[in-house]
Design a protein around this ligand. Structure first.
Ligand SMILES: Cc1ncc(COP(=O)(O)O)c(C=O)c1O
Length: 391
């Protein structure tokens, strides 16, 4: 492979037609929205029932008794942090290989995110490093099921029990994921999901916190609804500080349809991941390792450049994009290296996360991808790897 053959340097790109993102929404989602619009009941407060039904069904599917639907995954996480009473000066253990909100919701309460390294193969929080970072001020742990791979919740929850810590799992990328056949939402105190457009199921924007604990379910509702649980007897009875994080009926109606389709979506994502796994096995790139105990829902497909090749990453990714296919870098640095955390005086030392973030790039696994899309993506990655890695 010569440099000139790469589209980045003037060669013919693998894909010449424009890349078009397709949504997973179809007629059923459109009809569900239409029904709500016609009913005029856009909110629970106007007699809508879709949000409550969605909460019940999603929570049950995900391994918990109660669901509290919110405006986003971030507000679900913030509701969880505040429902657990996490406050100024408390330490909360989080991984640095994640989306910003896992840790920014901790900062929002003036609590301190303490960064725990990730495991070198699952990319999820390392139980061993976790235990070494517990102090007298530690109140909670937020493991993340990153890229759809469940964190090791048996070990993490065992440590939490021994030190009397709360566990909020960030399940924003892992709807339907399981550990030894148990849904991930059955582990820990609260599990938080996002329904943003790119997620394994979507309501456009939206989120949900689920729990098996009666008292926490009530607290989560208080936080979502201005510190009150309104009904005709308690209107204007504000018990504590809360927020307006309520999901609309329109979102919930779509959520109910997407929930029915979720297992099919996840199977499709897993098939897409298997396709990448097979096609890219000879590139010299580091592909995800599969552990059968974990039902991985492949929110996306993380790939690492080989060790010692991190300096190639930005040009490597630019070269793939120039071939006409999408690729992402989730995530380019550990969170503690971003200005947000630096300015807050938060630092970290997580060698595995540092190595992974310096070498990672991520492929999309959307169920709407078609075989030619997957073939184009693989052809682009193989072409670029042949030049940069000789693979
Ligand atoms: C791991 C993780 N946590 C939290 C969130 C926040 O969810 P949302 O975008 O719905 O606020 C996301 C979504 O991007 C995420 O991927």
């Amino acid at each position: 492979m010569n440099k000139e053959q790469l589209a980045l340097f003037g060669g013919v790109p693998v894909r010449t037609s424009v890349w078009i993102w397709k949504s997973s929404f179809g007629d059923e989602e459109a009809n569900a929205v239409h029904t709500i619009v016609k009913s005029g009941k856009l909110s629970v407060f106007r007699g809508g029932t879709a949000v409550r039904e969605f909460e019940e069904k999603f929570a049950q599917f995900s391994g918990a008794k109660y669901g509290v639907a919110t405006t986003s995954g971030t507000t679900a996480l913030h509701s969880a942090v505040t429902a657990l009473g996490i406050t100024e000066g408390d330490e909360v253990l989080v991984p640095p290989l994640t989306f910003v909100s896992t840790a920014s919701v901790v900062l929002q309460e003036k609590a301190i995110p303490v960064f725990v390294d990730v495991e070198p193969t699952s990319y999820c929080m390392s139980p061993q490093d976790l235990e070494s970072k517990i102090t007298k001020r530690t109140k909670a742990i937020i493991p993340v099921h990153i890229y759809g791979h469940p964190a090791d919740m048996y070990k993490i929850c065992d440590i939490a029990r021994r030190y009397n810590l709360a566990v909020i799992s960030d399940s924003a990328q892992a709807h339907g994921a399981k550990i030894k056949n148990q849904p991930i939402g059955a582990f820990g105190n609260i599990s938080c999901y996002s329904f943003f457009q790119t997620k394994n199921m979507t309501t456009g924007e939206g989120g949900m916190a689920i729990t098996n604990d009666d008292a926490l379910a009530r607290k989560l509702r208080l936080k979502r609804e201005h510190g009150s649980i309104p009904n005709q007897h308690t209107w204007y009875a504000y018990e504590e500080l809360g927020y307006n994080y309520a999901m609309t009926e329109l979102q919930a109606a779509v959520g109910l349809v997407q929930l029915k389709r979720l297992e099919g979506f996840n199977e499709r994502r897993r098939e897409n991941a298997s396709f990448y796994q097979a096609q890219l096995s000879k590139t010299g790139l580091v592909l995800p390792r599969i552990n059968e105990e974990f039902y991985h829902v492949f929110h996306n497909f993380p790939i690492l450049l080989p060790e010692g090749k991190s300096h190639l990453r930005s040009e490597f990714v630019a070269a793939i994009r120039a071939e006409g296919v999408p690729v992402d870098i989730c995530y380019p640095v550990p969170l503690y290296e971003t200005n947000l955390f630096r300015k807050a005086g938060i630092s970290g030392r997580c060698p595995n996360a540092e190595s992974i973030t310096s070498r990672i790039f991520t492929l999309f696994t959307d169920p709407a991808l078609e075989t030619p899309d997957l073939e184009n993506i693989c052809a682009a990655v193989i072409k670029v790897s042949q030049f940069y890695l000789g693979g």
